[in-house]
Design a protein around this ligand. Structure first.
Ligand code: ADP
Ligand code: MG
Length: 349
């Protein structure tokens, strides 16, 4: 029998990277979400070769102090939660403290950052001491040569254009969720998106097209503890695939069968089964009512009161479509969200 031994930190991080860093787009997701959590008002993304050669994200957020730079690259180190109670009320995109460590284990990673009030910036690479650097404010995370040291993973990468398309979609999700933040995306030196801070409808139009917005109805439903906002397409704007469906829960893009089903049901009477609606929907509820700690990439969530959430979303979308005259004049009853319990809806910061 082989002896049991502890794995090295690097190998542990490389194993974790298998879950967190599936492809360049997952790196982009983590680094973008960190910028959002840092309170950035402007974020600039530069990609090279579909993000495989380089992903560079610059933000004007709060920055990281010199003495915490090394910790930022360590596994299980985070500024976002401290206790189990915090974990159950997560208000930030990140909280697991593992993304940067995982990324740094499979790509040449550096962080340059200037904390608020610091006299200058510092730059760090994994395993090195911070060095003085030049940066006006905020943070620049530079991730180069993804999987340079893990050739087996590199083989799973697709073509440059496919990897870029995944990065673009990831960028769109963050940009849809946060119209208040100015965002720019460039690929191989060419600017693809330049999005100034805007009202939600303008941001949706910029990313989904004016055509979508013209053929969509605004969804606005408020049951006190559950709120749904956004836009849902009229049947005339249906699509052959699900490529234009964005659902956010407390600002987080999610792929959730329950939510997707609730929306599909709302269209059941008015849309042919082979066609798919387009939508951008934002569900807000008390963070205690939803568990985001289900999957390392946090793309799946679990609702405490899933039936009530389903009913609420279904009725909200169906009512919107019925009011627009799109559906048969269906009887629409009031949302049954009162089932959801004591929790009150907290304002998002
Ligand atoms: P998590 O986001 O789950 O905390 P990460 O590994 O993504 O874990 O980041 C570790 C820590 O590094 C964060 O908690 C945060 O304090 C800091 N950090 C990372 N990126 C930034 C950034 N762009 N601006 C400020 N702080 C950052
Ligand atoms: Mg993070």
């Amino acid at each position: 029998m082989p002896h049991i031994h502890r794995l090295s930190d690097l190998l542990v991080n490389q194993i974790a990277a298998g879950e967190v860093v599936e492809r360049p787009a997952s790196v982009l997701k983590e680094v973008l979400e960190n910028a959002v959590d840092a309170g950035a008002r402007a974020i600039e993304v530069q990609l090279e070769q579909g993000g495989v050669r380089r992903i560079r994200v610059a933000d004007d957020g709060c920055g990281i102090a010199r003495d915490e730079l090394a910790l930022a690259l360590e596994r299980h180190a985070t500024s976002k939660i401290t206790t189990l109670d915090d974990l159950e009320h997560v208000g930030t995109m990140g909280f697991r403290g593992e993304a940067l460590a995982a990324i740094a284990a499979v790509a040449r990673t550096s962080i340059t950052s200037r904390a608020e009030g610091a006299s200058h910036a510092w730059r760090i690479e994994a395993g090195r001491e911070p060095e003085p650097a030049a940066l006006d404010h905020g943070t620049v995370v530079d991730v180069a040569d993804l999987y340079y040291n893990t050739p087996a993973r590199r083989k799973f990468l697709k073509t440059e254009s496919t990897e870029f398309a995944h990065c673009d979609d990831m960028f769109r999700r963050v940009a849809l969720a946060r119209p208040d933040i100015g965002l720019q995306l460039a690929h191989n030196g060419r600017v693809i998106h330049r999005l100034p801070p805007s009202p939600p409808a303008a941001r949706v139009a910029a990313l989904m097209g004016d055509d979508f917005l013209q053929h969509a109805r605004e969804v606005q439903a408020d049951a006190g503890i559950l709120r749904l906002a956004g836009f849902a397409s009229l049947p005339a704007y249906s699509r052959a695939s699900r490529d234009a469906q964005y659902f956010f829960v407390n600002g987080r893009f999610v792929r959730d069968k329950l939510l997707a089903h609730a929306v599909r049901e709302a269209y059941a009477d008015i849309l042919h089964g082979a066609r798919h609606p387009a939508y951008v929907l934002f569900l807000e509820l008390d963070p205690a009512g939803v568990d985001v700690n289900v999957h390392p990439a946090k793309i799946e969530v679990r609702f405490r009161e899933s039936r009530a959430v389903h009913q609420f979303v279904f009725h909200a979308v169906r009512r919107t479509l019925a009011e627009s005259g799109a559906g048969r004049a269906a009887e629409v009853s009031a949302p049954a969200a009162t089932e959801i319990g004591r929790a009150s809806c907290r304002e998002r910061v």
